[in-house]
Design a protein around this ligand. Sequence first.
Ligand SMILES: Cc1cc2nc3c(=O)[nH]c(=O)nc-3n(C[C@H](O)[C@H](O)[C@H](O)COP(=O)(O)OP(=O)(O)OC[C@H]3O[C@@H](n4cnc5c(N)ncnc54)[C@H](O)[C@@H]3O)c2cc1C
Length: 454
Amino acid sequence: MSEHSTPQRVVIIGGGFAGLFAARALRRAPVQVTVIDRVAHHLFQPLLYQCATGILSEGQIAASLRDLFKRHRNVEFVLAEVADFDTEGRRVLARRPGGTEMSFPYDHLIVAGGVHQSYFGHDEFAQWAPGMKSLSDALSIRRKVFGAFELAESAVDPEERRRWLTFALVGAGPTGVELAGQLRELATHTLRAEYRSIDPEEARVLLFDGGESPLAMFGPKLSAKAAAALRKLGVELHMGAVVTQVDEHGLLARGKDGQSTRYEAATVLWTAGVQAPAMAGRLAQACGAQSDRAGRIEVLPDLTVPQHPEISVVGDMMSLDKLPGVAEVAMQTGFYAARRVRLLVEGRDAPKPFRYRDLGSAAYIARGQAVLSAGPLKLSGLPGWIGWLFIHIAFLTGYRNRLGAILTWVYTFAREVRRERAFIAQPIDRSKDIYAPPANPPAKSEGASGGESG
Ligand SMILES: Cc1cc2nc3c(=O)[nH]c(=O)nc-3n(C[C@H](O)[C@H](O)[C@H](O)COP(=O)(O)OP(=O)(O)OC[C@H]3O[C@@H](n4cnc5c(N)ncnc54)[C@H](O)[C@@H]3O)c2cc1C
């Protein structure tokens, strides 16, 4: 048993897959757990593209963290953005919406902050080409996509109409491929009979990637099948093309021959590259840890930071043995870190080093078309799609979301309709943002339970 008379404090940063699995694994441990996230929901990122293209609602892919933890009596949730670390004093420094500073003391810290979209040093592209990492990204892509068809319909100039009907995607990994497939399905099925001036089927979807083929991580055979399926859907593949400039009206891409070509496209979406959040840099600095090129923290085989056995880094934000940034790695590392803490708190031996069990991965291309790779098993076409369905139903968080998604998929696939197409015509006015700091910051708060004002 613990030598402490009061329960030890475990702070978990992030309520994504890694943070959620860590918190759940500690629910019966003799510890007090505080989960801090800057959003109040757990997001099922693998289905963001379905929210962006009108199949699933926000509620079906995002579950309230408070609701998920309501039966875990030793777990509390705090909505705050972590800004810094005091590793000597063992405190996490955070800011509540509105700007008030807070600090959270810990005996054990599990950091699961995920990654951001990387624009490879061109952050200015983000204003024209949203990435796809958060719920607000998905809703802003939904607004851009359905808005583009509306503006094409009312455009008088044929050039302008063509521009609205051209969608350029940067990055041919799973997210870029999934979005490309969805956009062509929208154009050729869902929207087919809805417009009077335009023919949505004329919508062009251009997919750019500096590599040789789409879904290269699935190996040459499945990658070739994915390329063939995309071409059949009408997606124009621009492989070996590096996007060097993005603006309001399109992009510039440099091909293998070194020539740059301009593509006019009113909608540019960015799914290439990831980068650890600023918080990872602060942590590395505070505890002297090494980071890889994407800013992910390098961890020891027990997922802790060198010289700091009380700090674990898990999920996408950690760098270990070139493990991929996928949900399965996040879940397994979150669970392992929590189990390690539990064993130590209970005075038992630390677990053996972390070992990843690769259960495979899948990517959706279109209705009846997906690729799935699990060990020697390689599936594509309809068998791949059925495998994809099972995986996503099994892992979607919360049984209500699971049931809701199944019913929606049956309806969508059978009737070729998409119900979740509402979007706000104007971007949200940032000055009315309730999370924005007030002009005159109030005095420091008295802190939340589990935290203390700093
Ligand atoms: C569009 C998309 C599609 C994907 N498809 C697949 C797929 O098909 N299969 C698959 O296996 N994987 C897929 N992935 C990858 C998978 O979703 C990630 O590997 C997984 O979400 C990583 O989990 P995580 O907990 O490490 O990070 P995340 O899920 O990103 O969670 C990080 C959490 O930390 C919070 N946070 C970050 N910074 C702070 C801060 N400073 N203060 C407070 N909170 C903070 C964030 O709000 C977030 O809730 C996909 C990812 C994306 C974006």
